[in-house]
Design a protein around this ligand. Structure first.
Ligand SMILES: [Fe+2]
Length: 185
């Protein structure tokens, strides 16, 4: 169990991240993490915080992906965040680590990518998240040039835990709970 709450995590994030789109990405990843944990019967509050904090170092490391995650862990430990959470944040850089086996680490890989794919789906529907269905996501998943930065393999890594249509449904529903914060309808 984590000692901080979502608001603490968000105010810590805001000390290091200033770009609105990156804040939204972190909130979106957190919402999907929370929904995934609820579905799996895991610690939703902790998973949500991990989502909020996962890219805390992104503006600091800039283009230097060799330090992404590693710097995040350092920042979090400096602020007294649980070492287990800090280690998950470090290891989420799949270009440096990988081979994820624990549900929370698998879920972070998938949430990090599916959140962007679903938001991109909403944007082609005039910003209406409520118009996005698992079928919309399934179709756009196959279109490789659509939201190309959302890595399909990372999304698919959730499959040992949850089938994709179910996952899309819970991820969409999770994002809908924060649609105003995401600037969507
Ligand atoms: Fe991310």
């Amino acid at each position: 169990m984590c000692a901080m709450d979502k608001e603490d995590a968000l105010s810590l994030l805001r000390q290091y991240v200033h770009g609105d789109s990156l804040i939204k990405h972190c909130l979106a990843t957190a919402a999907v993490m929370k929904a995934t944990a609820e579905y799996l019967g895991e610690e939703a509050a902790t998973w949500e915080i991990i989502g909020v904090l996962h890219d805390i170092d992104f503006e600091q490391v800039g283009e230097d992906m060799e330090h992404h995650g590693i710097e995040g862990e350092r920042i979090l430990l400096e602020h007294g965040v649980d070492a287990e959470i800090a280690a998950i944040v470090k290891r989420h850089n799949h270009m440096l680590f990988g081979g994820y086996e624990s549900p929370v680490e698998i879920a972070l890989q998938a949430a990090d990518s599916v959140s962007g794919l679903i938001i991109a789906c909403a944007l082609v529907k005039g910003g209406n998240l409520t118009d996005v269905t698992p079928n919309t996501v399934k179709k756009k998943f196959k279109e490789k040039s659509f939201a190309a930065g959302c890595e399909r393999d990372r999304i698919r890594s959730i499959e040992p835990l949850i089938d994709l249509p179910t996952y899309y449904r819970l991820a969409i529903d999770g994002l809908i709970t924060i649609k105003n914060e995401l600037g969507l309808a």
